[in-house]
Design a protein around this ligand. Structure first.
Ligand code: F6P
Length: 351
């Protein structure tokens, strides 16, 4: 450490820091880790507390001093950093949200924000920073990595839309919450012979919609990854159902596709069947994490600390082929992940 101290009124160009410092970290020539920061960033996800607890406890057990950064990158560049001991994470495993709080920091998207964050890491002598969040948060971590500040990313988002990993912390809880809500909506839709159009989260991704749709027996699942034809994929499916005696219908819409209200109106106008929209919204982000999210968060936290023990920096903790492992942050952020049209086509066989 000690490479980045500079005069606040005379910030260096980020590009001049980039190559030299990234190489140093990449070649693992730095001293063993002593002090580690952890923050949560972006949308909160159930299991983030379990992840913080895991890195704090496993970190302390590895001999590190652990520091919590509040309000994500926003708190980092403002120096909202304090030491966490093993007891400070007691009773957090089962709680939703993140006790470190989170933010979507616009400042951190700028060179100056990144440099200020790096400066705070130096001021607190943090040898590494663990970032729990989604791809947006990883980009902030990569910016730090590129100027020589070691980072580790852990996947925390309900959307499961991080390309480098098969699983993200919070996904299972969010899907179970959505499923339970939709089961309730089904009761009333069926009593009134209505169509229930439910918008689930996923600004750019249909993972929640896809699996919740399967689990609730939805007539139609509309996701951003696969273009849909209203007549073929919605209208005819509902009318075919009605013509064989069906009395209620569930249509799941991922947030990224369009609005439940507009789609419900379109269905009602085209079929004459009463259609009601429901937006599940932030309900899906809250609540006590499921067993899967608690265990994934705990095991991924241990893996993050393993990377630091082994001085393998700038890694993303991932699930690959069902195993918890890690990949380089640059490589991870280059990956892409999508849902194939065949997956949706296959699900139609359940109708
Ligand atoms: O956490 C991801 C996500 O849930 C997206 O699916 C959604 O679009 C977004 O967060 C909304 O977050 P906010 O309302 O906090 O900006």
């Amino acid at each position: 450490m000690g490479r980045l101290l500079y005069d606040e009124s005379n910030l260096p160009e980020i590009s001049t820091l980039k190559a030299a410092n990234y190489d140093i970290v990449d070649k693992n020539t730095v001293e063993p880790v002593k002090r580690v920061g952890v923050l949560t960033s972006g949308g909160d996800a159930p299991g983030m507390n379990a992840a913080i607890r895991a890195v704090v406890r496993a970190g302390i057990n590895a001999g590190f001093e652990m520091y919590g950064v509040t309000r994500g990158y926003h708190g980092l560049w403002k120096g909202e950093i304090k030491e966490l001991d093993g007891r400070s994470v007691s009773e957090t495993l089962q709680r939703g949200g993140t006790f470190l709080m989170t933010a979507r920091s616009q400042t951190f998207m700028t060179d100056q924000g990144v440099l200020k964050g790096a400066r705070m890491m130096e001021a607190y002598e943090l040898d590494a920073l663990i970032v729990i969040g989604g791809d947006g948060s990883y980009k902030g971590a990569r910016a730090l990595a590129r100027i020589g500040m070691p980072v580790i990313g852990m996947p925390g988002t309900i959307d499961n839309d991080i390309a480098s990993t098969e699983y993200t912390i919070g996904y299972d809880t969010a899907m179970n919450t959505a499923m339970q809500c939709i089961d309730k909506l089904r009761d009333t839709a069926s009593s009134h012979e209505r169509c229930s159009v439910i918008e689930v989260m996923g600004r750019h991704a249909g993972w929640i919609a896809l699996n919740v749709g399967i689990a609730t027996g939805a007539e139609s699942i509309l996701i951003p990854e696969v273009p849909y034809d209203f007549n073929r994929d919605v209208l005819r499916v509902i009318l075919d159902g009605r013509n064989t005696g069906k009395k209620h219908y569930i249509v799941i819409v991922a947030e990224g596709v369009g609005h439940a209200e507009a789609i419900a109106k379109q269905i009602e106008e085209a079929t004459g069947i009463e259609a009601r929209p429901t937006i599940l919204g932030h309900l899906q982000r809250g609540g006590s994490p499921t067993l899967r999210d608690r265990t994934m968060a705990s095991l991924m936290g241990i893996k993050a600390i393993d990377c630091l023990i082994e001085k393998r920096f700038n890694r993303l903790v991932v699930m690959k082929n069902g195993e918890i492992t890690d990949v380089d942050i640059e490589e991870g952020l280059e990956m892409s992940k999508t849902i194939s049209p065949e997956t949706i086509a296959n699900i139609k066989r359940l109708g």
